[in-house]
Design a protein around this ligand. Structure first.
Ligand SMILES: [Zn+2]
Length: 62
């Protein structure tokens, strides 16, 4: 799957955090850079959220 904003190939983590933050029914995803821009937050916050979900054992973040 490609980022719907910049067309970059998405990682599993990026697809997962998009689902977590924007919902499971989205058909296209943002990469974390575009997601951060979309949410008007720092990309480091996206990385932090990914680590938090992984630490919590979320199945979307193997
Ligand atoms: Zn992007």
């Amino acid at each position: 799957m490609l980022c719907r904003q910049c067309g970059r190939l998405l990682t599993g983590d990026e697809k997962a955090i998009h689902k977590k933050l924007l919902g499971l029914n989205e058909e296209s995803c943002f990469c974390k850079d575009c997601l951060a821009a979309f949410l008007r937050c720092d990309v480091r916050l996206i990385d932090l959220k990914i680590e938090q979900f992984r630490a919590a054992g979320c199945y979307l973040f193997p």
